[in-house]
Design a protein around this ligand. Structure first.
Ligand SMILES: *Cc1c(COP(=O)(O)O)cnc(C)c1O
Length: 393
């Protein structure tokens, strides 16, 4: 069967696999920093690009390349650029598309550091940024300036679960010749394909769903075209934020089970969201799979499923939320998300603590917001754990 015809889970298992002459079912790890040339001429030709060959692992490595090809295939992209972390991916995009006098429009509730570095670091290099509620495309349109070079989205956004209409924003951006990057960490390509919806670049913290086992920090960029790929790749190589072959090999292993892990976590999350919404101590729940989510219809249109991330608030706000977090037993009180285990955390004092009070207010990151990443444990156990923690509130 031709590889192009395979479904998502088959691609997740097989895409990018290279022949290693010994017929190994799983590709070996090329744990090497450098590659020898046949002769001086061959070396020169590798560098000039006249012949394809591996040179040095920061530039490229077969184990890393397998992962890049696999994720690019799953995102329907031209090519992938693996990096050392999700934040390395964010910085690679910012460095490639922003600079002195350039302007970025971004959603106001992003992964904390993705916003914080624009305000604390990139501002030093003359980069202007505007944060808007991108869940209304009108707000993005109004924020565009003649020097806007990048629209940076995250949908669903972390941790407010706001959903941006990728297609609408992409049409708008195209009219102005602006590049659109979407952080697809919360969905993974299994649930959402931003490039198919018109985005130019997809970004992942593979630390989360793609690796999925809470044992790796890693990032990935996938571009729709060769043009964007050629713009980003040299930035990664120049910054030196490349992935390590062993990290790539483990991430490739995690990717194989992405579909079944998300199916299971999502099935659990739907039940947990319903449990929370019906609990008398819970004031509100934000989950794209609940009819009460403000963008429930858009979520159904844009995403294959509502995912495994839930935000909620308790009656009694922060104090009540803290008491709940202090009393969970199965769930881990920890940041990160998208792993096999259920995690609970408090964005205002943890992942988003570096943001100003104003940025938190505008982004909807209230003190009472608790974020839950639902794992693949037995859902009865997850609900029983949350239930017993809620009785202590
Ligand atoms: C975790 C995360 C990042 C940053 O990724 P790291 O791998 O921790 O560097 C970026 N975006 C989102 C949405 C995330 O959840």
């Amino acid at each position: 069967m031709h590889n192009e015809e395979l479904g998502f889970n088959s691609q997740a298992v097989h895409a990018g696999k290279f022949d290693d002459a010994l017929g190994s079912a799983i590709s070996p790890i090329y744990q090497t920093s450098t590659f020898s040339f046949d002769n001086a001429d061959h070396g020169a030709k590798c560098f000039s690009g006249e012949v394809k060959g591996y040179i040095y692992t920061r530039i490229g490595n077969p184990t890393i390349n397998e992962l890049e090809q696999a994720v690019a295939k799953l995102e329907n992209g031209f090519g992938g650029i693996a990096v050392s972390s999700g934040m390395a991916a964010v910085n690679t995009v910012y460095l490639a598309y922003l600079g002195q006098g350039k302007h970025v429009v971004a959603h106001n509730a992003l992964y904390g550091p993705s916003r914080a570095i624009l305000e604390s670091l990139y501002v030093r290099f003359g980069v202007e940024s505007t944060f808007v509620d991108a869940t209304n495309t009108e707000n993005v349109a109004k924020a565009i300036r003649p020097n806007t070079s990048l629209i940076y989205l995250e949908t669903p956004a972390n941790p407010t679960m706001g959903i941006t209409d990728i297609k609408e924003v992409a049409v708008l951006a195209q009219k102005h010749g602006i590049t659109v990057c979407v952080d697809n960490t919360f969905c993974s390509p299994y649930l959402q394909k931003p490039l198919d919806l018109g985005a130019d670049i997809v970004l992942h913290s593979m630390t989360k769903f793609i690796n999925g086992h809470a044992d790796i920090v890693a990032g990935m960029l996938v571009t729709k075209t060769k043009e964007h790929y050629d713009k980003l790749r040299p930035v990664m190589v120049g910054m030196g934020c490349n992935m390590d072959p062993h990290q790539a090999w483990l991430t490739r292993r995690g990717l194989k089970t992405l579909g079944i892990r998300i199916d299971r976590a999502q099935e659990n999350a739907i039940k947990v969201a319903n449990f929370l919404e019906n609990h008398r101590k819970v004031e509100w729940v934000l989950y794209p799979g609940l009819a009460s989510h403000p963008q429930f219809e858009l979520a159904k249109k844009q995403m294959k499923g509502p995912g495994a991330m839930i935000s909620f608030g308790l009656h009694g706000g922060l104090d009540a939320g803290k008491r709940m977090m202090d009393n969970v037993q199965l769930a881990l009180l920890a940041v990160s998300l998208g792993g096999i285990e259920t995690l609970i955390q408090h964005p205002a004092s943890m992942t988003h603590s570096k943001l100003s009070a104003e940025a938190k207010r505008l982004g909807g990151i209230t003190d009472g917001l608790v974020r839950l990443s639902v794992g693949i444990e037995d859902v009865e156990d997850i609900i029983a754990d949350l239930d017993q923690a809620l009785t202590k509130v």
